[in-house]
Design a protein around this ligand. Structure first.
Ligand code: 3HC
Length: 293
């Protein structure tokens, strides 16, 4: 099956990145969100990201215009998916919201369309079961920032067909991403490791073992990570980290995944990391300044 038209649900951090890489690869993209202001913001970020490449002579102005011309911002969900060959969902991590959205998409999308979720942890099988095409349902987990990160983690649900996997491997390759194929499990493979590791860094702060800047420096220089774990936690979003940790505890029935109290307290205070301007660092000035705990 050849994919030509892609609907991306959500114009946020992940959605606009996914729309960008798909349009850059030549796909016709409809990027849907629930409010015009989210679409406008997503389009502005895509434009800015493409223009970064202009300065480095990796893309021409003509290619930027063509790429932007292939992305249509849209509010109506049914309109967005009605002629899509592939629907990639990147909406907030709320189980009920995802299930309701997938039911609506399933009714409106062509029968042949593949449905892919960019969820960071929620069960692919559970979402697939909300549709009448679980064989065409799959996980397509991107990493932030999407235009830069080279991996798509493909997740096979209980009923996903091998032919669906093959199509998604081909699309991933066409948009310049390498893939790993994993079976469904909470957090799949990457977040199974990442979230406990970042939580452990938060425990180090909570227990007063190191300062924020020293913990980040230690891991950046000692383990050669591109970002320290607390910078990365702020980048991923502390609410996302907390959500995934709580989901792990519920799903695995194992308290070893429990979130540090400090993380929960910060989320309750609205300190969500970079997106809210405050997390382990304060982002209100020119450079991030580490907070004291
Ligand atoms: N969007 C697009 N491009 C970006 C970008 C962004 N937000 N941020 C940086 N870039 C580009 C820059 O233009 C630059 O391009 P170039 O090398 O071609 O010139 C390149 O990325 C490197 O950027 P910088 O030199 O400014 O900065 P760094 O060298 O520090 O790289 C980084 C930035 C790529 C973000 C790097 O720090 C990194 O890899 N960090 C770790 C990111 C990570 O772990 N992501 C996964 C998060 S987990 C996840 O998403 C899963 C979810 O389910 C939780």
């Amino acid at each position: 099956m050849e994919i030509k038209k892609i609907a991306v649900l959500g114009a946020g951090q992940m959605g606009n990145g996914i729309a960008q890489v798909c349009a850059r690869a030549g796909y016709e993209v409809k990027m849907r969100d629930i409010d015009q202001k989210f679409i406008d913001k997503g389009m502005a970020i895509i434009k800015k990201n493409l223009e970064r490449g202009l300065k480095k002579e990796r893309i021409t102005q003509e290619e930027i215009d063509e790429t932007l011309g292939r992305i249509e911002g849209i509010l109506d969900l049914k309109e967005a998916v009605k002629d899509a060959d592939l629907v990639i969902e990147a909406i907030p991590e709320m189980v009920k919201l995802k299930l309701d959205t997938w039911k609506e998409v399933d009714e409106a999308a062509p029968k042949h369309a593949i449905l892919a979720s960019n969820t960071s942890s929620i069960s692919i099988t559970q979402m697939a079961a909300a549709t009448d095409r679980p064989n065409l349902f799959i996980g397509m987990h991107f990493f932030n920032p999407v235009p830069v990160m080279g991996l798509v983690e493909i997740i096979k649900g209980q009923a996903t067909d091998d032919s669906t996997v093959k199509v998604i491997e081909d699309v991933s390759s066409k948009i310049g991403k390498d893939t790993v194929l994993v079976n469904e499990a909470p957090g799949f493979a990457v977040n199974r490791l990442l979230v406990p590791a970042l939580n452990e860094a938060v425990y180090v702060i909570q227990e007063g073992i190191a300062t924020v800047e020293d913990m980040d420096k230690a891991i950046k220089m000692g383990l050669n990570w591109p970002m320290g774990p607390l910078t990365l936690a702020d980048f991923v979003g502390l609410d996302t980290m907390l959500y995934i940790s709580d989901y792990f505890v519920d799903e695995f029935k194992d308290s070893k995944y429990r979130a540090p109290a400090l993380l929960r307290k910060m989320v309750r205070a609205g300190w969500l990391g970079r997106k809210s301007g405050k997390g382990f660092y304060d982002y209100s000035g020119e450079k991030p300044v580490p907070n004291r705990f």
